[in-house]
Design a binder for this molecule. Structure first.
Ligand SMILES: Cc1cc2nc3c(=O)[nH]c(=O)nc-3n(C[C@H](O)[C@H](O)[C@H](O)COP(=O)(O)O)c2cc1C
Length: 204
C-alpha cells in the first residue's frame, strides 16, 4: 500500500534550471556559490542548510542538518559544540561529508573530506555572531542530552565558550548533481589533484 503510494509520488517534476558542465568554473566553491545564488533567487528555503555526516563511536555513520557559515577556496565552514555528539565524532575522527539538496531545483551537492579546526579567534567570532539565546543555550553545553524539566540556569550573555568550534571541511571531492525528470541526470565531480582540481562527468 505505502509501496504504491511512494512509487506514484512525482520526482524532479516542474521547471528545473539548466546546468552545462562545460561552462562550469575551475573551482567547486565558485560553482557552489553560483548555484547558491540561483537557489536563493528561486526562493529555495534555507539553501545553506546541509546534512553533516560523521562517523560515530561505533563506526556507524551519524547525520544531521546544520547551517553552513562560510564557503571559500579553503572549504565549507560550519560550527559545532565540542561536547555534542557531532563535536565528539569530529574530534575522534576528523573527516565528514556534507550533502545539500534543493528539491525545487532537483539539485544535490555532495562533498567529502577531512575537517580542520579553525583558530580559537575565528571560532569565538562565529560564536559572538550568534543570537543571545543561541549563545546562552550553547554555553550550557547540553545539546542532545535528554530533555528534563530542570530550571534553565542563567548564563552571562557576553561569555565566549572555548567548546564552540568552527570547522572547515576541506573536500577531496565535490559533486554537483542536476536531476532530470527523464532521469538524464547531469553529474559533475571535482577531484582535488595537486594544488588544483580535476573534473569528470559521471553516469546518472
Ligand atoms: C534546518 C536546520 C538547521 C539546523 N541548524 C543547526 C545548526 O546550525 N547547528 C546545530 O548545532 N544544529 C542545527 N540543527 C539541529 C541539528 O540537526 C541536530 O539536531 C543537533 O545539532 C544535534 O545533533 P548531534 O546530536 O548529532 O550533535 C538544525 C536543524 C535543522 C533542521
Amino acid at each position: 500500500m505505502i509501496r504504491e503510494y511512494l512509487r506514484a509520488l512525482p520526482v524532479f517534476a516542474g521547471d528545473l534550471p539548466a546546468f552545462d558542465p562545460a561552462s562550469a568554473p575551475d573551482r567547486p566553491d565558485e560553482l557552489f556559490v553560483a548555484w547558491l545564488v540561483t537557489a536563493v533567487e528561486a526562493g529555495v528555503r534555507e539553501p545553506h542548510a546541509t546534512t553533516l555526516s560523521t562517523i560515530g563511536p561505533d563506526g556507524v555513520p551519524a547525520a544531521r542538518v546544520l547551517i553552513v557559515k562560510n564557503v571559500d577556496e579553503r572549504g565549507w565552514q560550519f560550527a559545532v559544540h565540542a561536547t555534542s555528539p557531532k563535536g565528539r565524532d569530529l574530534a575522534r575522527h576528523p573527516a565528514a561529508a556534507l550533502t545539500f539538496y534543493w528539491a525545487a531545483q532537483a539539485r544535490q551537492i555532495r562533498l567529502r573530506g577531512p575537517v580542520r579546526r579553525a583558530s580559537a579567534k575565528d571560532s569565538a567570532a562565529d560564536f559572538l555572531a550568534r543570537s543571545a539565546t543561541a549563545r546562552a543555550e550553547a554555553a550550557l553545553g547540553r545539546q542532545s542530552r535528554p530533555l528534563t524539566d530542570q530550571p534553565v540556569p542563567q548564563v552571562d550573555p557576553e561569555i565566549v565558550i572555548p567548546e564552540w568550534t568552527l570547522y572547515t571541511l576541506e573536500p577531496t571531492e565535490v559533486e554537483f548533481w542536476q536531476g532530470d525528470e527523464g532521469r538524464h541526470h547531469t553529474r559533475l565531480r571535482y577531484i582535488r589533484a595537486g594544488g588544483g582540481w580535476g573534473r569528470e562527468l559521471l553516469r546518472p
